[in-house]
Every structure is written in C-alpha cells, then in structure tokens.
Design a protein around this ligand. Sequence first.
Ligand code: BGC
Length: 731
Amino acid sequence: MEDTPSVEEKAAITVGLDTWHTVALPALGIRSIEMADGPHGLRQQAEGDGDNLGLGNSVPATCFPPATGLASSWNADLVERIGRALGDECRVAGIDVLLGPGVNIKRSPLCGRNFEYFSEDPLLSGRLGAGWVHGIQSRGVGASVKHFAANNQETARMTVSADVDEATLRELYLPAFEHIVKTEKPRTVMCSYNRINGIPAAEHHWLLTDVLRAEWGFDGAVVSDWGAVEHRALALAAGTDLEMPGPQRSSVDDVVAAVSSEELAESVLDTTVARLAALAAHRATPLASFDADAHHDLARDAAAESIVLLRNEGGILPLDPSRPVAVIGEFARTPRYQGAGSSQVVPTRLDNALDAIREIAPTEFAAGGPEAVALAERSETVILFVGLPPEDESEGYDRTHLNLPADQLELIAAVAAANPRTIVVLSNGGVVTLEPWHDSVPAIVEGWLLGQAGGGAMAQLLFGLRDPRGRLAESIPFRLQDTPAFLNFPGANDHVLYGERIFVGYRYYETVGVPVRYPFGHGLSYTTFDYADLLVTRASARLTVTNTGTRPGREVVQAYVSAPDAARPRRELRGFATLDLAPGESRTVEVPLDARSFSKWDDAGWVEIAGEHRVEIGRSSHDIALDGVVGIRGPRRKLLTLDSRMSDFLANPVIGPILRAASAGAMDGGTNLLDMVKSVPLSRLARFPGVGDRLKSLRLLLPVANNRVIHFAASFFRSLFTSRKSRLRPT
Ligand code: BGC
C-alpha cells in the first residue's frame, strides 16, 4: 500500500459514519458497510430517517415471529430457515450486518424487551440463536449477537450495573453467547449498554477480550450498542472495535490523543483496524428481489410452531369447522404481532385471525362490551382474543406487573360466565399471569407475538389444520411475587444485584418447590406420546417415543440433569430433540449430552461434579417421565497447595479417604471436627497452636498428595486429629 494511513485515519474508522454505516479507509482498501436492525425482520430505514428508535419509516420486510414466540418452537432448523430468509432480504437491501439475534436470558418476566429474547434457559437460547446466525451467515450476511452481556432489564439500561458473580455469568448469562461464538463464528458481537460489576460492557476487558476472544476464540469485531460508548479509547483498549452510531468527533480525538500519549498502544488500534478490514471484506452476493410470498408462508409456519396450547380440558380443541363460532376481542381483528423499539419492522402484509377463521368456519364477531356478552350467550363456542396492549411492553422500559389490563380481565370474566365453551387466545410478548380467570375457561392458547402471518397460523391450529407443537421457553408463574428476581429487580441507585444467582426460571421454581401455573417446557398436542426404554450414558440419553394418539404430532424430548450436589438447581436442561410422528409410529431418539451437562463452574473453571447424576426425560421441567443414572468420577485431581481447603483435601482421591478415616469420630462437644474445618485452607489451620510447627511436614505432604504416595499423608492427618484439642482450638 502506497499510503500508510495516519493514526487519525485509523481512529476514524473505529467510529460510525452515521446511524447505520461505517467509515471507509481506501488506503487500506476498507469499504463502508451498512448495518440494520433485526432480529425478527429487517428494519432498514430510508435515507434521512436514521433515528434508530424504531420511530422512522423502514422499508417493508417480512415480519417473522419475534424471539419470544419462535423460542417455543424449540426448533433450531426452523430458526435457521428464518435466518436464511432474513439473509436474502438483507442481500436485496444491500445490508452487510443484521443486528441480531438477541440471546439475553429472561431473568425476570418484567423485562420490557423479553419479547426480543428467547428463553430463561441458556442452552435453549444458545441453540436457537446459533440457528439464526447459521442461517443468515450462510447467505453471506453478518450477524451481531447481542447484547453482550447481562443486559436483562430496560430500567436504567445505560447506567445500571449488573452485580453478578462469575459462576452465575459462566453458567447462565454467557453460555448462549459462548455456544454461538464457538459453533457459528458470528461476524460481530454487540456489547450491551449496562455495566457488569461496575464496569461498562464496552470497556470490559475481561468480558470482551479475555473471555470472548482468548477463551472462546472469537475473531470477529465487537460493535457497541448504539450509544453505549462513554470513553472511546478505554473501550477500544478493552476490545470494542466499532463505536456506533457516528459521527463522534470527540471519540476519534480521544483515540488519537491516547495513542500519542502512549496510553493506548498503536498496535491495539492496528488490531482493531485489521478486524474492521476483515468485517468489511465480507460481501454478500447481491440479490435482485426476494420471494415475499414464500417468506410470508415461512412466517406462517414459524408462527404455527410458536403457539403453545396451555390448556385443553375435555379436548375442546380442535374445533369442528362445520360448526359456527363466535370470535370476540379486538386482537382478532387488529393483531398485536411484534414489540416496540428498534426491532419494529414494517411488514410486507398482515394477516388477522378473524379473516382467517371466517375462511374456515361460519363466524360472528364482536370486539367487546355488552354486544360481545350477548354474542357469547347465544353461541355454541367462543374464541376470545385478549392480550397486552402495545404500550405495556417495549424496549426502553420494564413492566411493573404481570396482569392483563383491567378491561381485558372484565371481558374474560363476562364472556366465560356467558359461555362455558370459551377458548382464550393470548397475545403478549412477556409472560402474563393467567389468574384469576384460568379455571373459568376450558382452553387457553398462548399466542405470544406471532409476526405478520400469525393470524392464519392461529386459525389453522384452532381448527386442527395444524397440530400445536410449541413448548414454553419460560415458566408462567402464578404471581409476580413468586418470581426469583422479585426482590432484586430492577435494583436501585444504578445497581441490580443478581442475588438469585443461577436460580432463574425453572431452576428456581423446581429447586425451591414454588408452584407455577405452567412450567418451562410445557405444551399440549392434539395427540399423545409415550416414552420408553431410556438408556443413558455420559454421551447421550436414548429412548423410544411413540405417538399413541390418532393424529400426527411433534414431540419435544427434553433431557434434564439433576446433579448430586445439594447446592445445585434441582434440574437443568442439558439437551433436547424434536421428532414428528404419525399416529402409532415409534422412533428411537438420541439426545446428545456432553461434559458440560455434568459440570459446574468453580473458581478454577469448569469441573465435573463427582457422583451419580440423574438424567431425566421430561414433558416439562416439572413432569418427568423417565430417568436413569450416570456416574461421574469427578475432576482429575486438583493440584493441592498450602492454600487448598480441607474440602479439597477431602476431594482428593488419595488423601480424601485417609483424611476421612483419620478424623473419624473426632468430635468436639457434639460437633464433627472435620465438618467444622472443611472450608478452612490448610495454611490457615497452621495458625492454630501446635499445627503451625508442622508446616514443614505439611509442605512435604503436598508432593505426596499430588503424587499418590500415601503414607506421609496418613500420618500427617492422623497426628492432626489425634491431639485435636490442643491443635484445632484457637487460643
Ligand atoms: C438497541 C439495539 C439495536 C440498536 C440499533 C439499541 O437501542 O439496544 O438492540 O440494535 O439500538 O437500533
């Protein structure tokens, strides 16, 4: 290259050109690229409408079901197909990177943006997010996995610090990102607005460099969430390659000043430039047009897989198309099909359930009020559409309760009283409580937000033209007070304590025994399934599933693991598989498990938990059909040091049994002495009289413990416990 770019020129490309474009650097052959919002549709704003708040007009694009619905499909192939379709729409629009998927965990059902996220479970979120990335990147268009990390609320989203311990991050909030990064190599990751333990995500070196790059091998570019950068040079040093949006003259100046004062090594800037060059070097093959009809059909298929049949007393569903029905509720005519904020797209067309039902069965309609009650009274069956109004949930703020609006509750009460055959169809992005009306209706269909073709899918499902396949990707609690983050959401004074740790969603409900209205994983079908012949190993759970009903159906086989550790969640989802079965058909399915399935994060990293793990096959997180046992030997011996705890010595396969034998019966006033000192590092025990002077032999002991020579160990611990009174008592 003839011109070597200046620091100023290089710094300039680390900040956006405008709301959606990057800056070009011709001297290095780096072009400007264009980004646009996803994740459930393309929001490309017309020239001059670059407000990035979802308020401007955008070009019409297929509105697929938002993640909250899509997650209930538990179908990564379906999500991948949507990714491919989105990729093609981006190729037509000339978009290089679509900003999605959003894989943050639903820590509280109140989060205003839960409609954009998949699940309360990291494994499910990661698998579905990976499908999305695989699909779009297979079309040459880049993904931006967001919002990294611990962005689980909208309240004070730009300033709040998520105060969360490392094990919780590693086990719950990071794995979806980790899985996608490791398996799909997303071109970009978007860092979040919030702080993590006081440090802004954009400036979080541990998060963006140590974990994301060094540990997981991420080789793409980190893009800031729009407006997340406070100090450009600090963010760049931490690993934020691109600040969006631009222009920000002060940010460029900040980087230039940091390089000239040597606070920022120029080599760091060069590395960022190289990453941005690699990002800009990808160029999807342009496409003249996309097949809007085919994408609409895909959106309808996806909507159908997103619907969850929660309740179906007496098999009232599916309805008979030859019988007349009453359709009640404005949502039937004016669907709520996506959430508000940056992900809001302008659909290519919009179906509604009322029109679709009219095409199937003789239909009468009333929007609400006394007219609706009169219609309910004189009708054989009512389909009642209710839900959350758009203003109740959005990017930018959280909900404060889980209730449907009062007028909707009144409508349910009045219609259910007038007609016992009332089927409630819900439209909501975040979970709503089904109380107090749940028992007053025989059927409840959770319709989430279903995208532009949801109306047709819903009608087909109600009349049995499609089988309900959805399973809940989040628990439906009875009350807000029952939810695990209740006391710690959304925090105060710009801090939110993740005090419930990994006990989020079903991990909490199942462990503590808090009843929920519908557990994670629940969903009915029009057919029934039987499970048999479970065979578990540490590599998989294999079983035979039979469709025992009279209709074809899709079963989602859920494999949970229950670890032999009282401090762990009661059970955790470790794998799942979906299979379609014709009536009477049986098939064997294998759900893969891996080392993580039996592991936890401790200070030193991932360790397998020793002992007998129960592998449970469930119809939900609460309804276990079969179980088997897998024995895990546990981690290879940890290297013992003077600072190792007595519990580490106990866990050592050589020392443990000796220590246990040597201390057997060592009691002090009814207290087992070994239990008393379990959490004490050996070096601290040395501070007790009579122990310190044995430190020399203790030093000798370490190579012994680490090398399997056992007699030294035996004599040391025997002597430690035989004269226990003098040695283990503080003076
Ligand atoms: C949102 C992101 C979005 C970006 C660009 C931000 O407010 O948090 O999800 O991609 O805006 O619109």
